[in-house]
Design a protein around this ligand. Sequence first.
Ligand code: UGA
Length: 430
Amino acid sequence: MVRPGLRIAVFGAGYIGLVTGACLAELGHRVVVRDIDPEKVRLLRSGDVPIYEPGLGDMIARNKERLTFTLDVQETLNGAEVVYVCVDTPPSASGDADLSRVWSVVRSLEAASHLRAVVVKSTVPVGTGARVRAALDAAGLGHVGYAANPEFTAEGRAVEDFLHPDRVVIGADDDATAALISELHTGVDGPVVVMDVRSAEMAKLASNALLATKISFINEIATLCEKTGADVEDVARAVGMDHRLGHHFLRPGIGWGGSCFPKDSEALRQLASNTGYHLQMLSAVIEVNNLQKRRAIQRLKDELGTLAGARVALLGMTFKPGTDDMREAPSTVLAGRLLAEGAEVRCWDPMARPAEAEPWTWTTRHESPRSAVEGADAAILVTDWPQLKEVDWAQAASVMRRPVFFDGRNLLDPAVMRSLGFTYISVGRP
Ligand code: UGA
């Protein structure tokens, strides 16, 4: 939809910043995206997209009249009416989110003479908005509005989620800013929910924590299914059919990872602890997630006797299929543990970016699942890439030294895998 748009400056060309910038341009706004990484900006300017996200490359290409990329702060702020802060907020050594990149953007804003609002999309601790508000006031920017507009998109479907969200949450402490940021979303197909800044900040953290809770819960039930002979897939299906519970995020597996759940759950726990309150449920949710990977290694160890000298193939390395993102991927934890036990680790993944994949330095990467499992004593299916359903497993079984298979995502059929000669272990299924 093309209509006279606002001039928007987006700080940060990571997953969130790029998707936000591209989608806002698609909605008709004029957007400048700024990043500190010269290589990233060079790639974007030459029409390449440094991350894999379905639909993003095409969207950037078709909006190139309205969407530019720069390293220069002044150029970014020139004429900007709304600043979107999409920089990363990694955990610091204390466990609190490191907001230094947010502050560096806020400090630069004095130069923005047309500025009407600052919007933080980065995930931040509750109370950050109030601190930014105070900093803006102290910098003589009292007339500039502030809004929290947390991101709920999931990687691999971020463009779709941005344009057709379940909800757009806008936290603003004044009506004019809430109206401006709502207006900015004209064309987005989803309800806009306005609330105060702190509630919007909390809504983001609470959403991710509850999603992680659902997964850890079903993973714990899966463990109990293993001990009692029940089948967690049937259990999850029956539970999820209750519309009050829903079937989403009830897929058992090797545990959740990614750039958000691990970081945000720790940040929420730390936030609570800073207020003197211990979040008991969330602590258990995190512990179950860690346990899930320890149990996978233990089950392999039980099967092989020892992992020392064993050759283990990891199938899938990214934290979920449909992305090239390796951040906090369960595969990195598994690879680390296997190597510590003296195993030789080899891996396959169709999309993981080697530069980000620490285990690449310790493991051998193979071009196909078949070649990764050749001569292996065990294979772990870590990421449920659909390609793994298409593998000729009969042939794979025949080239393994010992056909021990741990299906960490319950992707394959136990009866079929066993009929092919595999010692097949999965999560919560008999
Ligand atoms: C997550 C949330 O789903 C988004 O709503 C949120 O905006 C985003 O974090 C964020 O804070 O930016 P994402 O990290 O992209 O999105 O990935 P998810 O699809 O949520 O998956 C997270 C992890 O949970 C993956 O490792 C996945 O394999 C695992 N998972 C997911 C399960 O083990 N079982 C499930 O049923 C669902």
